[in-house]
Design a protein around this ligand. Structure first.
Ligand SMILES: [Zn+2]
Length: 93
């Protein structure tokens, strides 16, 4: 049971773990350019290197968890961010 701001009551919610998956249109121009350049042959200029976060810095071993809560009464969904943790499981109570 979670509070739903639309129903203004505590209702049953469906919980989904949000994954990083954006719509194509949501990609920035730079990301689209990088994708185009990294196709084909040869050196891809500054896109040859992976993002620094992928080959240097390994300070963080955890990820923040984002949840999508969907109210089963009115159907509105909202996002909730949780703390950093290594593993997260949705436990059905
Ligand atoms: Zn609701």
């Amino acid at each position: 049971m979670k509070y739903c701001p639309k129903c203004k009551a505590y209702t049953e919610h469906k919980v989904k773990v949000e994954t990083v998956r954006k719509l194509r249109r949501a990609l920035s121009k730079g990301q689209r350019r990088a994708e185009r350049r990294s196709k084909g042959h040869g050196n891809h200029g500054r896109y040859s290197k992976k993002p620094i976060s992928q080959w240097k810095l390994h300070a963080k071993t955890t990820r923040k968890i984002d949840l999508v809560l969907t109210c089963t009464v009115c159907g509105t969904s909202r996002h909730v961010s949780l703390r950093r943790m290594k593993r997260f499981e949705v436990v059905k109570v």
